[in-house]
Write a protein that binds this ligand. Structure first.
Ligand code: SF4
Length: 232
């Protein structure tokens, strides 16, 4: 099974308005990214999938759940229902049972089945490659869409803002917002477009390894000299 990683859901707002970051913040964001790239050169999506549909399903399942747990669940799920037609037609209760351990399983099952039905009926069985179309699928907001476009198709249209990116971009003072749409907009204005997803995935690695939610390990952090929140 092919390897990849990442993570989610619900707004259809389009990112259009551009922020105007100051030069120093822009430089610092790029220095942070350069260092993250040195620290995590091989960082990639950690969800297991073989097709864009499987990546979409895995990403929906990863909401409020670890990628490790999702990978255990999808091993069985994709063996039984490997593609959009199979997931669109499967028994909802059986689907719920298979994904139960990922949490919020009723809502996730509803969204997975609804998305796969729409993929079959409206998109000829293929996950769409356009952000606007992806956002029409049940359970898909910009976070999920960015993951699927970047890791499923190699299309970079935004910055994936998950809980780690949200926390770290605030600690780094690259944004003042706690709204994922605004955070994404701020980060897009700071970083070169080809690196948007690379920034996100490496930030996720750093959030998991060092800059944890409850107790950031500032004493071990190699980004401390660039971080306004060191030991705060
Ligand atoms: S110095 Fe501390 S707060 Fe800043 S990124 Fe490192 S661990 Fe996080």
């Amino acid at each position: 099974m092919a390897k990849s990683k990442t993570s989610i859901k619900t707004t259809t707002k389009k990112v259009t308005k551009k922020s105007s970051p100051n030069k120093a913040t822009k430089q610092r964001s790029q220095d942070i990214f350069a260092l993250l790239t040195k620290l995590y050169p091989d960082a990639t999506c950690s969800l297991d999938y073989e097709t864009p549909v499987q990546l979409l399903v895995a990403t929906i399942l990863s909401a409020q759940c670890t990628d490790e747990r999702v990978n255990k669940v999808t091993l069985t799920l994709f063996a039984k229902f490997p593609d959009a037609p199979a997931l669109a037609e499967c028994d909802r209760e059986e689907l719920e049972t298979l994904i139960r351990s990922t949490g919020f399983y009723r809502n996730k099952a509803k969204n997975i089945q609804g998305a796969c039905q729409m993929i079959v009926t409206d998109f000829e069985g293929e996950v769409p490659r356009q952000m606007e179309q992806l956002l029409k699928l049940p359970g898909v907001a910009r976070k999920t869409a960015n993951v699927v476009l970047a890791h499923g198709y190699g299309i970079i249209q935004g910055v994936t803002v998950d809980t780690h990116v949200k926390r770290l971009s605030n600690r780094w003072k690259l944004t003042k917002s706690d709204n994922p749409i605004q955070i994404e907009r701020d980060l897009m204005s700071l970083l070169p477009q080809p690196e948007w997803e690379n920034f996100s995935i490496r930030t996720i690695y750093h959030g998991r390894a060092i800059c944890k939610a409850r107790k950031p390990d500032c004493n071990s952090c190699q980004l401390a000299h660039l971080c306004p929140s060191v030991n705060v």
